[in-house]
Design a protein around this ligand. Structure first.
Ligand code: CP
Length: 329
């Protein structure tokens, strides 16, 4: 599969409505705000005796996860089921892909089953985009994380969680700490935070885990010292050290990383007293942060997971063109 230069594809349909959700690059602040507002409306579904709304009844959603996932796969499945869609979860290790079937042949066969939406996670950057360029015109594609490139629904649930605690994005200092160079989450977060008006975004990492030219590409400030980077931060987002994407020794050891960049209660005192601590998961306790911080009063890590269902319901219903029924209800 050659994904090096996918042709441009619009994420909006001819009427300007969301069709695919592949990247936050190019999406307007108004559209991102609309997603957050729609997600607010879906939060209450979790409190209902019957945790379902009929918005996507009759639609078929296929989860294609070519890379491991706990949170994203299960929250997409729950989101689709809460919207009353039929859900197919393809187990890639036991599917015909493992017998050599190409991605496009898998796609064509699922399209023949009248699938309306593919949710795609893949280790290769550009995979969801590639599928979107080859899918049938009525089919929507959602990127559930592609290589180092993008994880747009994760970034949306992160900004949704921030907004529920700190509604005015234009006053915030947000620090993103960790393996920035390998992180699709960081790229999508920087785009979302910037689009929504966050004036100060700090990225903090060892030099080996910081991408070149990140300041100019994303308009953020770079730090190699944790304390300086998180000083007076309203939000500290920690990122996982991604050993599986490192093809050379970029860190002396995880112990050394924790010694310099691991978040402890003492180090967190440099941030604002009401700081939010976030992490997309999975957490490596004792590497990115210690357990007192992960389970402490500032942590909203499990809230992020819960919010992910509502945010994914919003994005799925918007891409399937059914969210207006929800607004009118
Ligand atoms: N945040 C996130 O993408 O987690 P999973 O890999 O478990 O889906």
């Amino acid at each position: 599969m050659n994904l090096s230069a996918p042709p441009p594809i619009s994420q909006l349909d001819a009427q300007g409505h969301l069709k695919h959700f592949l990247t936050l690059d190019g999406l307007s602040p108004a559209l991102l705000t609309d997603i957050l507002d729609q997600a607010e409306g879906f939060l209450g579904v979790a409190q209902q005796a019957v945790k379902k709304v009929p918005l996507c009844r009759g639609k078929v959603v296929a989860n294609l996860f070519f890379e491991n996932s706990t949170r994203t796969r299960t929250t997409f499945e729950l989101a689709a089921k809460r919207l009353s869609a039929d859900v197919l979860n393809l187990n890639i290790s036991t599917s015909a892909t493992a017998k050599g079937e190409t991605l496009l042949d898998t796609l064509r066969n699922l399209e023949a089953m009248h699938v309306d939406m593919f949710v795609v996670r893949h280790a290769t950057s550009g995979a969801a985009h590639f599928i979107a360029t080859h899918a049938a015109p009525h089919v929507s594609i959602i990127n559930a994380g592609d290589g180092r490139h993008a994880h747009p629904t994760q970034a949306m649930l992160d900004v949704f969680t921030i907004r529920r605690h700190k509604p005015d994005f234009t006053t915030l200092r947000v620090a993103i700490v960790g393996d920035i160079v390998h992180s699709r989450v960081a790229r999508s977060q920087m785009l979302a935070l910037t689009a929504l008006g966050v004036p100060e975004i700090h990225v903090i990492a060892p030099r080996t885990l910081m991408p070149a030219q990140v300041e100019t590409a994303f308009g953020v400030r770079v730090f190699h010292d944790l304390r300086a980077g998180i000083e007076d931060a309203d939000v500290v987002i920690l990122l996982r050290i991604q050993r599986e994407r490192m093809n050379s020794a970029l860190l002396p050891s995880e112990h050394e990383y924790f010694h310099l960049f691991g978040l402890t209660e003492t180090r967190l005192e440099a941030a604002r007293p009401d700081v939010l601590v976030m992490h997309p998961g999975p957490i490596n306790r004792g590497v990115e942060m210690d357990s007192h911080v992960a389970d402490g009063p500032h942590s909203v890590i499990l809230e992020q997971v819960s919010n992910g269902i509502a945010v994914r319901m919003a994005i799925m219903s918007m891409c399937l063109g059914t969210q207006n029924l929800h607004s009118a209800a």
